[in-house]
Design a protein around this ligand. Structure first.
Ligand code: SF4
Length: 127
């Protein structure tokens, strides 16, 4: 059975100007209701201490079959910020983290990007 991706939206405290065009709840409800994900959740700030603690609690040790799609900021920055915690759980960040930069996007555009990504992840997993 193919594992469905998990979608995590990091909203950068909710005060970052990069996300003012985005209707967070419209996006998250679209993802959880319309897309083939296990579930969709929101975190306020993944790259600070409580974000680290969240990842530590949340990531499943050595489960290399799960892909985490993270809507947030620059993918390179996400990779840098999260690589240690993925490695500490025995996970391969290159294959298991799909980072999306959703800053400065309107809701429809962000929905489309997440939909395309989820579909890509699923088709790769079932290939
Ligand atoms: S991970 Fe990116 S989007 Fe999330 S709080 Fe940090 S800088 Fe902002």
């Amino acid at each position: 059975m193919v594992e469905k991706p998990r979608f995590i939206m990091c909203i950068c405290t909710g005060e970052c100007p990069g996300f003012t065009k985005l209707d967070l709840w419209k996006l998250i409800n679209f993802v959880r209701r319309e897309l083939d994900v296990e579930y969709a959740i929101v975190h306020p700030q993944l790259c600070v201490d409580d974000g680290d603690r969240f990842w530590k609690d949340y990531l499943k040790e050595n489960r290399k079959d799960i892909v985490y799609v993270v809507g947030a900021c620059d993918p390179k920055m996400q990779n840098k910020m999260f690589k240690e915690i993925f490695a500490s759980k025995g996970l391969d960040i290159e294959k298991q983290l799909v980072s999306l930069d959703l800053r400065n996007m309107g809701t429809e555009e962000a929905m489309k990007k997440v939909e395309e990504t989820v579909n890509k992840v699923l088709s790769k997993a079932s290939a």
